[in-house]
Design a protein around this ligand. Structure first.
Ligand SMILES: NC(=O)C1=CN([C@@H]2O[C@H](COP(=O)(O)OP(=O)(O)OC[C@H]3O[C@@H](n4cnc5c(N)ncnc54)[C@H](OP(=O)(O)O)[C@@H]3O)[C@@H](O)[C@H]2O)C=CC1
Ligand SMILES: N[C@@H](C[C@H]1CC(C(=O)O)=NO1)C(=O)O
Length: 327
């Protein structure tokens, strides 16, 4: 059986992570990377893999089985997603939670008429955390679900910060309220508002001539990303950013605290501890690229999410080999 042929659209932290994850997937091959920049300016880990201009991507439709979109959710995917879903089977990590329904509809309208499969919002949140919220609510219907992230670097929020006019570079850390986590773990089933669960800290390098107050106001008031949180913006130099903020650790936990009819307390927890947010997210994208190809080959087309995928489709194993996981 031939290898699954993968393309990458957009080469940043996530694109680089996908390149790494494919190198760990013997049933896949990376046939090319597509970038909006001049291909000569894009350095891959493996210099033998060709880099093409994004505008030329249509020429590669018969050479790619699944295209993994690694653009930013704030500005890139809303535009690139539907255009590419009409030409390829795609997997993306779209994570602007509030607008996922609209994005799902746009991707379905693009992919379905063309017979492609669009696997959207793959990663850990949305993604694996979404799956575990579903498990919790399906298995413990009487209870409450809590999601806490960090302390760590959110790539979606860092991308959003970098898109603000006047920001030359930047990152965002998410800090969970430890007291709130304690109350949940004690089974208190607390009612927690968004602002009571996390704080957000941004570190920004200002572009020359930019107004710091204006940049700060643009960030803290940003809908879907910062408006509902207590957010601080710290202005630092490029040297400090490179020295102190190059790593991208993250993680979090989904907790379902519920009771069975006898009043017995049951708690489900799913935890991630990530040395590299992008490298882990990319590994999830690559596993779901395997499932996307299999689904398309079996006639499942249009927009899909992790909630629609049988877990066995993620594994390179099959049959008895796969069922060893049950032993
Ligand atoms: N669902 C989930 O759990 C997760 C989702 N994500 C999503 O992944 C998205 C991408 O994150 P991330 O890879 O960190 O974003 P980056 O900022 O690293 O890259 C985003 C895009 O910017 C362009 N780019 C990258 N580097 C440069 C550069 N040096 N100069 C100019 N342009 C550049 C690339 O496009 P091009 O090559 O075309 O120029 C790239 O596709 C996030 O917005 C987030 O939404 C991330 C983590 C988890
Ligand atoms: N999508 C997130 C993954 C997690 C992290 C996060 C946050 O810190 O707010 N929310 O979801 C990311 O881009 O890193």
């Amino acid at each position: 059986q031939r290898k699954i042929r993968i393309g990458i659209a957009g080469y940043g932290n996530l694109g680089k992570g996908v390149e790494m994850a494919i190198a760990q997937s013997p049933d896949m091959e990376l046939v090319g990377v597509f970038s909006r920049r001049n291909p000569a300016d894009v350095q891959l880990l493996d210099s033998n893999i060709p880099v093409h201009a994004q505008n030329d991507i249509a020429q590669f439709r018969d050479q790619i089985d699944v295209l993994i979109l690694c653009g930013g959710s704030k500005n890139d995917l809303p535009e690139q997603g539907p255009a590419l879903a009409a030409m390829f089977n795609i997997v993306d990590s779209f994570d602007t939670h509030a607008t996922i329904p609209e994005y799902h509809a746009a991707m379905d309208s693009a992919a379905k008429p063309a017979g492609y499969t669009a696997m959207i919002s793959v990663g850990w949140d949305p993604g694996l955390f979404s799956l575990n919220r579903l498990y919790g609510e399906a298995i413990l219907p009487v209870g409450a679900t809590y999601t806490f992230w960090g302390k760590g670097l959110s790539q979606g929020h860092s991308d959003a910060v970098r898109r603000v006019p006047g920001v030359k570079a930047g990152v965002q850390y998410t800090l969970p309220a430890e007291a709130a986590i304690e109350r949940v773990r004690n089974g208190e089933l607390p009612e927690l508002a968004t602002r009571e669960k996390h704080k957000r800290e941004c570190y920004v390098v200002l572009a020359d001539g930019a107004d710091a107050k204006e940049v700060e106001q643009n960030i803290v008031s940003m809908p879907h990303y910062f408006a509902d949180y207590d957010t601080t913006v710290n202005f630092i130099s490029e040297q400090e950013l490179r020295r102190d903020h190059a790593a991208m650790p993250h993680g979090g936990v989904v907790i379902r605290s519920g009771t069975s009819d006898a009043g017995t307390t049951q708690v489900m927890e799913y935890t991630l501890k990530l040395g590299s947010n992008p490298e882990f997210t990319a590994a999830v994208l690559v596993a779901y690229a395997r499932a996307t190809w299999r689904l398309n080959q079996s006639g499942v087309i249009g927009a899909q999410t992790v909630l629609d995928v049988a877990p066995g489709l993620l594994s390179p194993k099959s049959g008895a080999e796969l069922r060893k996981e049950l032993l």
